[in-house]
Ligand binder design. Structure first.
Ligand code: PMP
Length: 435
């Protein structure tokens, strides 16, 4: 029988979770969630919360979304798992439907193919192998405040040192993130692009396998790529023989409001797109979607992931795409996210601790500083506001290399009514924290 009490759960975690797992707990006090419905969560005592984190973006269209759950349950009861070596129509349909979300290019002739994985970092690993196989080159570029996952290969291109442990695989050079608020070259695009050229010349063999870029950085603190950056980076990387790989694990599936995929805002077409999290609305799944010609050289280096293309998860994924379409989820992300951003801008007028508010659609952030001129990151106020939000029933996350950014990435069914509730809660939290 499951013991739902917080104390017993904490004691079991302390006793049986590895230290690498149990210490990642951002709140001062543990929190046990028992139930989730759309944008809301309930803890074991029945207290209601608004989930501005979407269980770390896995919940794209709503906790326990009835149509997603029904699709998965129907499949699980029929055949829970079917290994990729046997044919199954559900993942095959899902691959076709995912490929259809990709841009076809000016001549409408780009063909996309899908390789399903168990998670985002496995998809990152596979994209690396694919890029190295397709180009015959080894060197990779990544951004300094990037996060790409916990596997060794994904850590090797993760720029935030707190998420990268010693001894990870090499052949990676990092370039400065074009952070428009506190990037080393200030606002703008060109100097960051020049630095890509310089880095290719000085820190690589000059021949690249590719460059990984989160279309909007998540753990880096919601860092948007300025106009022209993605297309300029892709051009430079391709000139060095490499591929442009878009990490859409956080920013995909309509979250940024204007587009299904955040890279589309720059009018650029990647060679490989990596996705996970929101793809299954909580069911574990990842995917590499690649141009057919880029994926083709892997034919004699085939690999597959045990639960990749699992029909239960793929049935959930198909339902997610359907919900995004039928419920106009992307438009909701744009409208509700736009309204929330306005409210955050208003908070910035009144709370000096807020240095910057930014983001697109339902991928938003507030960055806290000790001084608006020096922009010194304010980790303590961020932690205080974060705790006060929890007390007010708002679940957020702290992110950024200095843990000085509140990240808001809720299920995309967030409503206008929630916006008022969130903004009022934040206002009170800043006042309580003397922000
Ligand atoms: N890329 C990004 C941008 C991510 O945020 C994450 C997960 N936080 C990953 C890759 C790795 O995904 P997973 O945890 O499913 O391995």
């Amino acid at each position: 029988k499951t013991d739902w009490t917080t104390d017993a759960t904490a004691a079991r975690r302390d006793a049986y979770y590895a230290a690498s797992l149990t210490k990642f707990m951002p709140f001062r006090e543990p929190l046990v969630f028992k139930k989730g419905q759309m944008q809301y969560l309930w803890d074991a005592e029945g207290r209601k919360y608004t989930d501005l984190l979407g269980m770390n973006l896995c919940i794209s269209v709503g906790h326990s979304h009835p149509r997603v759950v029904a699709a998965a349950m129907e499949q699980a009861q029929e055949l829970t798992h079917c290994t990729t070596m046997f044919y199954h129509p559900v993942p095959a349909h899902f691959a076709e439907e995912l490929a259809a979300t990709m841009p076809k290019g000016p001549n409408g002739d780009i063909e996309w193919v899908v390789h399903f994985t168990n998670s985002g970092s496995e998809a990152i690993d596979l994209a690396m192998t694919m890029a190295r196989t397709a180009t015959g080159n080894l060197d990779l570029l990544a951004l300094r405040t990037a996060y790409h996952g916990p596997t060794a290969a994904a850590q090797s291109i993760t720029g935030i040192s707190g998420w990268r442990h010693p001894g990870m695989p090499g052949n990676v050079a990092f370039v400065p993130e074009p952070n428009q608020y506190r990037g080393i070259f200030g606002p703008g695009t060109q100097l960051y692009l020049d630095e890509i050229d310089r880095t290719i010349q000085s820190a690589t063999t000059g021949r690249l396998a590719g460059m990984f870029i989160e279309s909007v950085q998540g753990y880096g603190g919601i860092v948007e790529m300025p106009p022209g950056y993605l297309s300029g980076a892709a051009e430079r990387v391709r000139a060095a023989g490499g591929l442009y790989i878009a990490d859409e694990v956080q920013s995909g599936f309509g979250r940024t409001g204007d587009h299904m995929w955040a890279f589309e805002a720059d009018g650029v077409i990647p060679d490989i797109v990596v996705m996970a999290k929101g793809i299954g609305n909580g069911f574990p799944l990842g995917a590499v979607v690649a141009r057919k010609d880029v994926a083709a050289p892997m034919a004699d280096k085939f690999m597959f992931h045990t639960y990749g293309a699992n029909p239960t998860c793929c049935a959930a994924g198909r339902a997610v795409l359907q919900v995004i379409d039928e419920d106009k989820v992307q438009q909701n992300a744009k409208d509700v996210g736009g309204a929330l951003l306005e409210r955050l801008r208003d908070l910035k007028q009144r709370h000096p601790a807020i240095g910057d508010v930014r983001g697109r659609g339902l991928m938003l952030a507030i960055e806290m500083v000790k001084d608006r001129k020096t922009k010194e990151p304010d980790r303590d106020t961020t932690a205080a506001v974060f705790e006060a939000c929890r007390d007010a029933g708002l679940i957020m996350s702290k992110s950024g290399p200095h843990q000085s950014v509140l990240r808001m990435v809720p299920p995309m069914c967030l409503s206008m009514q929630d916006v008022d509730n969130v903004a009022d809660g934040l206002d009170a939290a800043f006042t309580a924290a003397n922000g």
